[in-house]
Structure formats: C-alpha cells, structure tokens
Write a protein that binds this ligand. Sequence first.
Ligand SMILES: [Zn+2]
Length: 396
Amino acid sequence: MTDRLYYTDARLDRFTAAVLDIADEGRRVYLDRTAFYPTSGGQLHDLGTLGGIAVVDVIDEDKRIAHCLAESIGVPIGAMLVGQIDMTRRVDHMQQHTGQHLLSAMLTDHYGWPTLSVHFGDDTNTVDVAAEDLDPASLADLERRANALIVQNRPVTVSFEDAAAATGLRKPSDRNGELRIVTIEGIDRSACGGTHVVSTGEIGALLLRRAEKTKGHTRLEFVCGHRAVTRARADADLLTRAARALSAAPHDLPGLVEQQTQRIADGERERKRMGAELARYEAAALWTASIPDSDGVRRIVVSTTAPVKEAEPLAQQLIALGFCAVVVTNATLGAVLLAAAEDTGIDAGQRLRTALQAVGGRGGGSPRMAQGSVSDPDGVMLVLESLGFAGALPAH
Ligand SMILES: [Zn+2]
C-alpha cells in the first residue's frame, strides 16, 4: 500500500521513498510513499522526476500508485529514490480544483443546481449542472461573487472524519469508514481525495468563460489562477485583432458587426434584384437575335462556366417572352438546364429526363424548367442533339 503524502501536505514538492516493486522492465515503479498525485477524481496526474528520470504518468491502482517513467530506473527493490514534483503544474491543478469546489458550492447554494460532472483539462475546465440555462448577466454575477469570496481568503482545510458522523457534506458520500473532507470555511464541505490550495486567495481568480446548453443541462467553462489571466489575455488579443481588422475600438465591435451584417444582407438583396434586371435585358437581346425554327419556336443555347442553376433567372425571363425554349450547359460539369415556354408545347421535365437517361445521365423537373447532369461531359452534345438543339448556335 502506498502512503499518499499529498493527502496531508499538498505543498510537499520533494520526498524520499523506498522502492517496493518494479514492473514493465524498470519503467513502472511502486514506492512505500509518494507525493505524486495520480489521475483521479477528475484531477490530472502530476509530472516531475523520480531518481532523476522523468515521470510521464501516475496511475491510481487503488491500493498502490504506479509511477510510469520515461526510461528504465535501473535500481533494485529496496533502493531509496528522491521524487521531485513539477510544482508549476501541481499548483495550477490545485487552483483549478479548489476553484471548482467554490463554483459548485455557489451553484448549489444560489441556484439550487447540483453539479452533475466535472472535467479538468490541460487547457480549460467544465462543470455540468442540472440547469436549463444561465443568461450572460447571471454568469457575470456568479463570476463576480466567486471572485469576492476568493478575495476574502477563506481557509481551505482537510480533515479525516468517519463517514457515519460526517455531516453537512455538499454531496452525500456512499463510502464507509474514514472520509477525507475538504472544507472551504463557511462555503463548502466535500469528500474529496484531490489536492487543494490552503486558502481561497490562492485560487487567484476565477474566469467563467461561457455557459453552453447541452442535453437538458448547462455546461459552464471556467479557468482559475494564472490560467484565468492567460485566457483573458488571449481573449483580449483576439478582440484587439478583430477590432484592428475593422479599424474600430474593441467596445464598438458588437454594434459594428451587427451593422456590417445588415449591410451585407442589404447588398445581397440588391445584387439579386440587379441580377434579375440584367437577366431581363439579356433575355430580350437573346430572344430578338434568335431566329424561330419552322415550328415557330426559338431554340436558344447558352453555355456557362458557372453552375447552370445560376442561369435560372435568365431562362425564366426568356420563356416569359413566349415561343421559346432554352438550354443552358456547363460542359465541364456535364450539367444541363432546359426551360420551355408553355406555348411551345414542350414538357421540359419529361424531355430532359428522357434525353439524359439515353446517355446514362440523371435529372428532371417541371414542364417549364428542368435540370440534370451526365457523368461524361461529351454526353452534353448528345443531349443537345436529342433535344433538337444541335443546330442552335451557342449564344455566349
Ligand atoms: Zn477536491
């Protein structure tokens, strides 16, 4: 059984221990005691060195803790080793973890939302709470109150109490025997095996980045300590860059983005209106320049490099002029559009479908407008021929 030194002293960064067992060709070491925290309870494992060799993972095997090393340790069982914890990483984890206790306690006390699950990442952390939603104003208020409690520098203490006698726990423990209880004075009592700072002031700061609605609950993203400052700095840099790109002050961004979005929408509407206007002029010119076939129908071919669908307004304007059928082709894409005025008696959908099927293509549409494609671009010419448009000169 490994004696867990971090249970009673989370600030212990250097220790000496005896090797009890070695596995994995010297890369997995078991000690009689350790200050290395293993991944558990959502908190990530420590890094550091053991006997001068890098510790890459620390695994909780219930009774024992396994120290996974970057290379073989090369000492016999019984040897004494010095362990050194990477305290920058540890303190960061302690800040995130204690911040989560504080946040979960506040969410329960102020909103009645118990914490459903917690995730600590290398970059950011989340708590899922049983809530429908949390609006931005409430999020900001929660953050402000959490930071006020941090400034009050309330003691965070660890005690060992019998499960049967332990009262006032935020979440009842289903364990028997001795519980390790972490108390934030006047705020929280939780059974927890993790590492924590000794007073709320050491959390430093708590930044609530956002609330996101997920299936039936709400996920809050938060960061504490140095990470809160680093993240706020990164957010500020992003805002500055976005503001510079728009030649504006950061606080003018929301209004400006709204304004620009509206202008783009207006511009798009105007572009469509002008496109339709242009199609009307183009159609009139094409219709006038074309010569009717013996059946009185003007057959016009338009080749394009754009998707044939974009020529729909032009085709519509053409058939509106009457006694006219138009084919739009994109030879590269093997795409064909056929439109026919009602007075031509041509069923565009049926004619195009038949013509395409004959060359292994697919498509269809209404009697007035149809679209389709062939897999082989050469098939476009065959489709034109079978539609009776082979003689019509491409208009442009
Ligand atoms: Zn904890």
